[in-house]
Design a protein around this ligand. Sequence first.
Ligand SMILES: NC(=O)c1ccc[n+]([C@@H]2O[C@H](COP(=O)([O-])OP(=O)(O)OC[C@H]3O[C@@H](n4cnc5c(N)ncnc54)[C@H](O)[C@@H]3O)[C@@H](O)[C@H]2O)c1
Length: 425
Amino acid sequence: MAVATKTDYDIKDAALAPEGMRRIEWADRQMPVLRLIRERFEKERPLKGLRLGACLHVTTETANLMRALQAGGAELALCASNPLSTQDDVAAALSIDYGIPTFAITGEDNVTYYKHLHSVLDTRPQLTMDDGADLVSALHKDRTDLAGEVIGSTEETTTGVIRLAAMAKAKVLKFPVIAVNEANTKHMFDNRYGTGQSTLDGVIRATNVLLAGKNMVVIGYGWCGKGVAMRAKGMGANVIVCEIDPLKGLEAVMDGFRVLPMAQAAKEGEIFISVTGNVNSIDLKHMLTMRDGAIVANSGHFNVEINLKALQQTAGEGRRIREFVDEYRLPNGNRIYILGEGRLINLAAAEGHPAVVMDMSFANQALSAEYVVKNHTKLKKQVYVVPKQIDDEIARLKLISMGVKIDKLTPEQRKYLNSWEEGTE
Ligand SMILES: NC(=O)c1ccc[n+]([C@@H]2O[C@H](COP(=O)([O-])OP(=O)(O)OC[C@H]3O[C@@H](n4cnc5c(N)ncnc54)[C@H](O)[C@@H]3O)[C@@H](O)[C@H]2O)c1
C-alpha cells in the first residue's frame, strides 16, 4: 500500500495557504498549553517516526495540534471528521507549508469524505486520532489488514467514545483507545463553554436572528446542552430544556429552566437546538406541530439528531434561503428552517470552539498520544480514560497561562483530609 508523500494531498485551493498560515498563528496565541507541549516535544521527540493518522475537524486549532505532534516526530496524515467543518485555508497551509498531507475539502460529498478517510488509512497509521470514531470504524470494517500495526487510538468526542465503548463491549475492538472526551479538562470546558458559545455563534451567523425574547428549546442537558442553555439564557432567550434522564431534567429545573417533554416544547419553541448525541431527537412528529418559521439546528456530533429524511419525504426538497438555511414547507402551510443541513452548526456556520478551550482538549490529545506510545504494551483492547496526572497537569498549566494562582494545602490540612480519627469536637 502506498504511503502518502508530502505532495500527496487533496485540498480545495493551494492559493489559500497564506491566509491559513496567518489564522493558524492567530489561534496559536490562544493555545499556550499546547505550545508548551510543542516546545517540549521538539526537544524530546517522543513520537519519533510514528505514523499517525488523524480524522478531526480541519480547523486552525487542529492545525496547532498537528504542529505539536509533528514537533514530537510523528509522520502525519489528516482528513476531516465532518464534510462541512473543513476550513479550506487551513487544509492548504497544512499540506503546503507544514508538509502534512491533508485530505479535506469543505462541502465534500459522502463518497469523497470516505475516500479521504481511506487516503489516511493508506498511510498505514500506527496511531489513530478520531473525532466521532469514523477512522477506527472504517479500519475495523474495511481495512482489518491494518489493525495489527496500530498500537492505539485516541477519541475526541462523546459520540465517538460511545461507539468505541460499544465495540469494546462486543469484544471487536482491536487496540486500546484513550477517551480524551472523558478528561475533565476536556468535557467540562470544550463541551460546555466551547459548544455553548460556538453553537449560538453558528445559529446567529446562519440566521442573524435576535435571541433575546425568543423561546429556545435545548434538547439534551448534558455537558453541551448545559453550555448552550446557559449562554442562550444570558442573551435573553426563554430557554426550555428537554431531557430523558431524570437527574439531568432535575438539574435543569434547579438551574432555573423550564423543563418540558419535546411534544409540548415543539409547540412553544421558536429556535430548537439538539445536543443529545441521539437519533431523531427532533422527529417529524415534532416538526409537524412547530410554529410557522421555527428554526431547527443540531450541535450534536452526527447529522442524525434531526429527522431530515422524514421531513424531506413530507415537505419535499428544501429551498435554500441563504447560506446554511433551508426552508421546508409542511402540508399545513408552516415553514421550518433547517440550519447547516442538520450538521453540527457551530462548525458548519461558525468556526467551531474558540482556540482557548481547544488548547485543553488538544493538550489532552497530544499527551494521550505520548502516553499510548510509552504504555501500549501494557494496555488492553479497551477504552481508557485519560490518566488523572495528565488531566491535572493540563489544568495546572492552563491556570498558570491565565495568570491565576490558587492556594496549596497546609501540612495540617493534608493530614486532616487523610485521617479518619477526627470528628465532632
Ligand atoms: N458541536 C460540538 O462542537 C460538540 C462538542 C462536543 C461534543 N459534541 C457532541 O454533542 C453531543 C452531546 O455531547 P455531550 O457531551 O453533551 O453528551 P452528554 O452525554 O453529556 O449529554 C447528552 C444528553 O442528552 C440526553 N438525551 C439523550 N437522548 C435524548 C432525547 N431523545 N431527548 C432529550 N435528551 C436526550 C442525555 O440524557 C444526556 O443528558 C454528542 O454527540 C457529542 O459528540 C459536539
